[in-house]
Design a protein around this ligand. Structure first.
Ligand SMILES: Nc1ncnc2c1ncn2[C@@H]1O[C@H](COP(=O)(O)OP(=O)(O)O)[C@@H](O)[C@H]1O
Ligand SMILES: [Mg+2]
Length: 399
């Protein structure tokens, strides 16, 4: 039922009939507009915006059927039910009226109770039609959204396959680069000592170069090694992201994973950040890989720590809770947050807002992939008071 009174437009050239209909329908709670000329009705109908129209069949100048056709040509009125007032012998006209788009007729002299019931029925039907139409529009939008999500999932799946291939290809040469850099590091003190010993016999210019090389090579080797470690981290991350089936699922306590992640991150969090821990007093058990869950929580804690770099009173809250058959873990901070339009992108591999060297953009995509392997969900929201809140839901273990 609409919360406003339904509007009915009544058109009849007989003023007495008009008055009787108006009195009855107003008494029934409808808001009526009575018009005794079809041309006036046509003019006033759009602004009155009736929910239903009651037209006399035979009128001077323009018949009810012509009026009905003209009304149905107006897009705003086309869906509104039209009913006719007829006399018993107008069978041919009644049929024509249905052709013109009418939904029903009531014979004169009018039985008011019957008229009331029929009007109610057609208004209900019109409302149901409108609801269906809106529902169809919503369904269409939902289908379009799901389709685009599927395309996205498909792209991510291809990206996963590509990532696994890339990781494999990079890992092999990386292993010998890493091995060779380590050998060079081992050899260098020996070489440095030899060069140092023969330095006396070198010319001034050569001696200057030798001194420079002796000083620089250790830095070069360190730089190469940290580059190798960084590539290794990314490659391992890519492998975790793309490998779905090597998770070893055992019974684990989420509270223990929270403790372990906090210990892992002690160095990054430093002493400036206040940590609020609110763990469920009961053990919160789930089936999974403890190390991977710890990795996810550590990723979230490190991200929060980074976002808190310029916050005057930095806080992180981490907590667990058992809600029915779900374990909920939240990590919240009062850090910088991020522009709302980027929020959807944070789960995309390699999306980072951090400067090169600080972020790889893999933390959250790996975290999501791990949580999904655990048949869980992970989401993020911006807090109105500033900062971000991450929520993980995992199926609780019950025996
Ligand atoms: N707690 C947070 N507060 C603000 N921004 C965040 C937070 N966590 C993640 N982000 C945003 O999401 C991006 C992606 O995070 P992540 O996948 O872990 O990659 P990375 O940390 O290497 O940049 C970050 O660069 C940052 O912009
Ligand atoms: Mg990160």
């Amino acid at each position: 039922m609409a919360d406003r009174a339904h509007r009915i437009l009544i058109v009849d050239d007989n003023r007495i009939t008009l008055r009787l209909l108006e009195r009855f329908l107003s008494f029934q709670g409808y808001s009526c507009r009575c018009v005794n000329h079809p041309h006036v009705a046509l003019q006033e109908a759009p602004s009155f915006a009736p929910d239903l129209m009651l037209l006399d069949l035979i009128m001077p100048d323009m018949t009810g059927i012509e009026l009905c056709r003209a009304i149905k040509a107006d897009a705003c009125l086309a869906d509104k039910p039209v009913m006719f007032l007829t006399t018993a012998d107008e069978t041919a006209e009644k049929i024509e009226a249905f052709d013109a788009g009418a939904v029903d007729y009531v014979s004169k002299p009018v039985n008011f109770r019957e008229l009331g019931v029929r009007i109610r029925t057609h208004l209900d039907l019109a409302e149901a039609r409108e609801k269906l139409r809106r529902y169809a529009v919503e369904m269409e939008a939902l289908a379009a959204e799901r389709a685009s999500q599927l395309v996205h999932a498909d792209r991510l799946a291809s990206l996963g396959i590509m990532a696994a291939g890339l990781a494999h290809e990079i890992k092999n040469p990386l292993t010998f680069i890493s091995g060779n850099v380590q050998s060079l590091r081992r050899f260098w003190p020996l070489i440095a000592a030899m060069v140092d010993r023969v330095r006396g016999g070198l010319s001034g210019e050569e001696e200057r170069k030798a001194r420079f090389i002796l000083k620089e090579v250790p830095n070069v080797l360190e730089g190469m090694m940290s580059g190798v470690v960084r590539i290794e981290t990314i490659v391992d991350g890519l492998r975790t992201f793309s490998r779905k089936d090597d998770t070893h699922h055992v019974l684990l306590d989420v509270n223990a994973a929270i403790d372990a992640a906090l210990v892992l991150c002690t160095g990054t969090l430093g002493s400036q950040v206040a940590i609020g821990v609110s763990k469920s007093s009961r053990p919160v058990l789930t089936l999974g890989d403890a190390q991977k869950i710890e990795q996810v929580l550590a990723n979230l804690l490190v991200n929060s720590a980074h976002a808190l770099a310029d916050t005057p009173d930095p806080h992180i809250w981490i907590g667990s809770e058992l809600i029915g058959t779900t374990v909920r873990i939240t990590v919240t901070d009062n850090g910088s947050g991020m522009p709302v339009e980027l929020l959807d992108k944070i789960w995309t591999p390699f999306f980072t807002t951090k400067e090169p060297g600080k972020g790889t953009g893999l933390g959250l995509s790996i975290s999501r992939s791990i949580i999904e392997d655990h048949r869980g969900t992970i989401g993020a929201e911006l807090r109105p008071e500033g900062g971000m809140r991450f929520e993980i839901r995992l199926p609780a273990y019950s025996n």
